[in-house]
Design a protein around this ligand. Structure first.
Ligand code: DSN
Length: 432
């Protein structure tokens, strides 16, 4: 029986978890920031490590009894350093937004100018947006993409020269093309700005050799651990150099970035690290260093390319005309529907995507012109190009019959037949 202790203590919660597991088994999750972790990652995440307080860093804790927690955090740090090829890793950020917040705190003063890709053009809330801490406590300047959807590097350079930001951010949540870290680093250097690369979406592709690495170009790198990296929810901050004493305020220089980062995470922003999460990150990093992960990363991109090509063949409009990564954005307005309607229709057909703005979107973010979807989770389930081409058929059929409930239900039956051939978490059977 799955979750026997919950069955005894809280069957209500257990039943809802099983319903979610069943939903996942019978549908296809194409939200590109989601994935299917290994059951080993889940084991670490559900472990007794959650009970322990360990404020501080290995060897320098504010609580006793941390000899084994230290070993876990050290393993996670060492694995992160080896996998990404950096000399310092902080594995304590609770998630991606707190990791980015820590970098702001480490490298900028409130009121400093920061520059990132606009959210509505594929950036992130924390890359400089008025309603987020990044726009409330700092002065955001946003670069955009050109009308064809590629990052406007010339525009970025002109803005950097005009505004001379303290920190520039590269990294995306809804962008399907390779990021030219070298070019952005040269621009940051020319205006003496720190460069943060937020590789949350592409970290798994980077370590799997399917996207260039920002190491050697960016001053500091943040990543979540639960997207293409296929770990638990969580985040890491990576950089080069060695921390001195993180409890003394160091000068804001490039050499001091490791100390500045550590000090910003704790005691600057967080208290006790989530040790169960750290252990699960360590497990995911071990898995990502195995040769099969390279095959996974290459297949994620091959699947995304095959999906984009199949959709374009059917007349769908994919921003930039394709993808180099794990995701793509589709403009659905030529089909006579909005992004919200597309998300709903696909949901009824058993395919989960999210509505998303397209570059220079004339519509509002709550019901924009596009949808965002990708291949990390379905590739983890073992699907390849043939299955992805089948999915393109179902997506196109659903999108062109978005009002026809009977038709959508018929598609759902076909999606179910495909989904149940590639069950996520095959070790976890909700029916027993
Ligand atoms: N919410 C994440 C995503 O879906 O891309 C970014 O934080």
């Amino acid at each position: 029986m799955l979750y026997p202790h919950l069955a005894e203590r809280d069957p209500e919660i257990r039943n809802i978890i099983l319903k979610e597991l069943t939903r996942r088994r019978h549908g296809i999750d194409m939200i590109p920031s989601e994935n299917v972790t290994s059951v080993a990652v889940l084991d670490a995440l559900g472990s007794i490590l959650t009970d322990k307080y360990a404020e501080g860093y290995p060897g320098k804790r504010y609580y006793g009894g941390n000899e084994y927690i230290d070993q876990i955090e050290e393993l996670a740090r060492e694995r992160a350093k080896a996998l990404f090829g950096v000399s310092h890793a902080n594995v304590q950020p609770y998630s991606g937004s707190p990791a980015n917040q820590a970098v702001y705190m480490a490298l900028c003063n409130p009121g400093d100018t920061v520059m990132g890709l606009a959210l509505s053009y594929g950036g992130h809330l924390t890359h400089g947006l008025g309603v987020n801490f990044s726009g409330i406590y700092y002065k955001p300047v946003n670069y955009k993409t050109t009308p064809d959807g590629y990052i406007d590097y010339d525009g970025l350079e002109a803005l950097a020269k005009e505004h001379r930001p303290k920190m520039m951010i590269c990294g995306t949540t809804a962008y399907s093309r390779v990021i030219d870290f070298e070019r952005i680093a040269a621009i940051a250097k020319s205006v003496d700005a720190f460069l943060l690369a937020d590789i949350s979406h592409i970290a798994g592709l980077v370590v799997g050799g399917a996207h260039p690495s920002p190491v050697g170009h960016a001053d500091v790198i943040t990543t979540t651990t639960h997207k293409t990296l296929r770990g638990p929810r969580g985040a890491m901050i990576l950089c080069n150099g060695n921390p001195s004493n993180p409890l003394k305020a160091p000068e804001r220089t490039r050499e001091n970035i490791p100390s500045l980062v550590d000090r910003a995470v704790f005691p600057g922003l967080q208290g006790g690290p989530h040790n169960h999460q750290t252990a699960a990150i360590a497990v995911a990093l071990k898995e990502a260093s195995e040769p099969t992960f390279k095959i996974y990363a290459a297949q994620v991109v091959a699947n995304a390319r095959a999906l984009a090509a199949a959709l374009i063949e059917k007349g769908c409009s994919i921003v930039t005309g394709g993808t180099d990564t794990h995701l793509m954005i589709m403009d659905v307005t030529s089909l006579g529907i909005s992004g919200g309607q597309a998300e709903l229709a696909l949901g009824k057909a058993g395919i989960t995507v999210n509505k998303n703005t397209i570059p220079n979107d004339p519509r509002k973010p709550f019901d924009p012109s596009g949808i965002r979807f990708g291949t990390p989770a379905l590739t983890s389930r073992g699907m390849k190009e043939a299955e992805v081409r089948e999915i393109a058929e179902y997506m196109h059929a659903a999108l062109t019959h978005s009002e026809d409930e009977v038709f959508l239900n018929d598609i759902r039956t076909k999606v179910d037949a495909l989904a149940t051939k590639f069950i996520p978490y095959p070790e976890l059977d909700p029916t027993v």
